[in-house]
Ligand binder design. Structure first.
Ligand code: AMP
Length: 611
């Protein structure tokens, strides 16, 4: 195999396959990285998924037996799943907040974990409008590396990359100190800062072509410019283009459309644009930037030869094998634009996890992103699955809006899930989260040996609900997709979108915000508005619209650049571009974002779909 590392020394533990009895530590594996052994380990653990899960739970509970939280629940040293479920309640982030706050305030006693937590991750918090703190420790770095290596091993079997670099649009975020002096930054930044990250990137031939000063730069716009410039300087060596979430890649190329001539000028003269003002970034870029008129000419010619930037990625990076990043869930709306930029290059969807911990790896890389699945790694955490079923209408009326979508049943184990059914994931992991509800809905698409392959469906929380209507992020996405078809004939596209429930009117109504890449005719937008209204197929919505207990849907068109302002707003609050997900529904708690949107509205349309 092309990427078999021949120079690495043989390690006697490398082929010890049973992870149940003697788990090979990730550190040991790192020194003996070979694609075959990564796949072997994965196959061994997924074959015995049920046993590996029991063993993983035992290790988690034993390692953290001293933790105050576990002590208080009366497990008394028991580590079997039955006792665990009987003693430990299901929790969400809110339930744990007081304990997490104590850790953040500097209480160094073992609260959630046996070994006290010394740093925190800030999750993107784009849904709630504020980042939330979650415990972070080395175990999360290890599982991140394990996931990266596993999916790479499978990816590389089908799409081998040669020796080279990766154009990675990755950005660290600011680092804070909590009241108690713990460092707090986004999970991705915690990972990029770890030593293991660099080694893994080397092993999986994905070394970033930009200097560290660019990744860790203090200004996102400048970092983005320098990533593009570095990518162009090393264009012959670049083997793949990636980012954590697809949004960052699309954003990078939308920016490229605006700055490509400036980038060419920098390369021609060998002088960095004056827009880069961060000294460390300037120094680092100056070291790799040399006058190269030939390269500048070639980039220039390629760019002017493109039609509306179709296929810009393979044109400029002829040795790139694929584009890689999370493309599922809230990233799906960016796929169309990404495909446009990627031309004939395959798009490969990256793995599934969260700041709280990893869930699964994409081990079927050739599936189109729309069908991507994630094989759960049974040794990174203990997983449970709450089966979800539709509720009857009376049940729905009795519930609070956030819980009314599904009937709740007892969680089942990893190997007990059924193909075709939907579940909410519950995680117990080495970072001190026990029976923690991730809040995501997944569907079991199949099995890899005895571990399920999950398809990401959506966040569990409802986005749009006024009375008995219930629409998720996915429903909103489908409605927007339907309505944007009407824009295609006008050669227009929706740059980004969001929504809001406006109950200041009586009755309340849905508001959809659109940013377009050009001016659309009024009659076209008016039809889009009607189409959006009709595209929410949920029976509660349709019924309510017919009897007018929900008012006509409103489409608000916002100025170009409005969603960039939203991104900047989140960055100013400490979010990282690498983890940014456009908030798809703006609640009252997100008043700043609502204000940004509303103050940039240029046109409003009300649906006449149910008149
Ligand atoms: P964060 O806490 O900021 O890391 O965001 C974690 C959330 O991002 C998860 O709970 C998911 O909702 C979403 N997410 C992460 N990975 C994926 C993926 N591969 N596909 C779809 N959504 C994902």
């Amino acid at each position: 195999m092309q990427n078999q590392p021949t120079s690495l020394p043989f390690h006697p533990l490398a082929h010890r396959s049973s992870r149940v009895l003697a788990p090979l530590s990730v550190l040991e594996k790192m020194r003996v990285f070979s694609l075959e052994s990564v796949i072997e380990d994965f196959e061994a653990s997924t074959k015995e998924a049920a046993d590996v899960q029991r063993e993983t739970l035992r290790r988690i509970l034993e390692e953290n037996a001293e933790a105050e939280y576990l002590q208080s629940l009366g497990l008394a040293g028991r580590t079997d799943p039955e006792s665990f479920k009987a003693c430990v309640p299901l929790v969400n982030h809110q339930d744990l907040e007081p304990l997490i706050q104590r850790i953040a305030d500097g209480d160094a006693s073992p609260i959630l974990t046996g070994t006290p937590i010394t740093s925190m991750s800030l999750s993107s918090g784009t849904t709630q409008g504020r980042p939330k703190l979650v415990p972070f420790n080395e175990e999360l770095v290890k599982s991140t590396m394990q996931i990266y290596r596993t999916s790479y091993a499978f990816r590389n079997k089908e799409f081998p990359t040669g020796k080279g670099k990766a154009l990675q649009f990755i950005y660290s975020s600011k680092q804070f100190r909590t009241n108690g002096g713990l460092t707090a930054t986004t999970a991705t930044t915690n990972v990029y800062r770890s030593e293991q990250f660099k080694n893994t990137m080397k092993d999986i031939q994905s070394q970033c072509c930009s200097p560290d000063e660019v990744i860790f730069g203090s200004d996102f716009h400048q970092s983005l410019y320098c990533h593009l410039l570095s990518g162009l300087i090393f264009s012959d060596e670049v083997q793949l283009i990636s980012s954590t979430f697809a949004h960052s890649i699309v954003h990078a190329f939308r920016t490229f459309e605006k700055v490509w001539e400036e980038l060419c000028a920098d390369i021609r003269e060998g002088v960095l644009s004056s827009r880069i003002t961060v000294p460390a970034m300037r120094d680092a870029m100056s070291k790799i930037l040399k006058p190269n008129p030939n390269l500048a000419d070639s980039i220039h010619d390629k760019c002017v030869g493109l039609s509306n930037w179709y296929g810009v990625i393979p044109q400029l990076w002829p040795n790139a094998k694929y584009v890689y990043g999370i493309m599922t869930g809230s990233m799906e709306p960016y796929l169309k634009k990404l495909r446009h930029y990627a031309g004939d290059l395959p798009l490969m969807s990256a793995d599934y996890g969260s700041s709280e911990g990893w869930v699964g790896a994409n081990v079927n890389p050739s599936l189109a992103p729309e069908f991507a699945t994630f094989a759960v790694l049974p040794d990174i955490a203990y997983f449970e699955f709450i089966p979800l079923g539709e509720k009857s209408e009376e049940q729905m009326l009795e519930q609070s809006p956030s819980m009314m979508h599904y009937t709740e049943l007892e969680p089942v184990g990893l190997t007990e899930v059924e193909i075709g059914k939907e579940y909410e994931i519950v995680v117990t992991n080495f970072a001190g989260l026990y029976r923690y509800r991730l809040g995501d809905v997944v569907k079991v698409a199949g099995f890899h040996s005895s571990t399920p392959e999950l398809r990401f469906i959506c966040r569990r929380s409802l986005l749009l609900t006024i009375n008995i209507d219930k629409n998720t992020e996915k429903d909103l996405q489908l409605a927007v997709e339907e309505a944007t078809k009407l824009l295609a004939a006008e050669k227009l596209e929706v740059v980004d979108f969001s929504s809001h429930v406006d109950i200041s009117t009586d009755p309340g109504h849905y508001v959809i915000f659109w940013e377009l890449n050009g001016n659309a005719r009024e009659d076209v937008l008016s039809s889009c508005c009607d189409c959006l209204d009709r595209a929410f197929l949920d029976a509660g919505y349709v019924g309510s619209r017919k009897v007018r207990t929900i008012g006509p849907l409103e489409l608000r068109v916002v100025q170009r650049g409005t969603f960039q302002m939203i991104l900047d707003h989140f960055l100013s609050m400490g979010a990282a571009v690498s983890q940014f997900k456009t908030p798809r529904c703006i609640g009252q708690s997100n008043s700043k974002v609502l204000q940004i949107l509303n103050s940039n509205v240029t046109d409003r349309y009300f649906s006449s779909a149910y008149d």
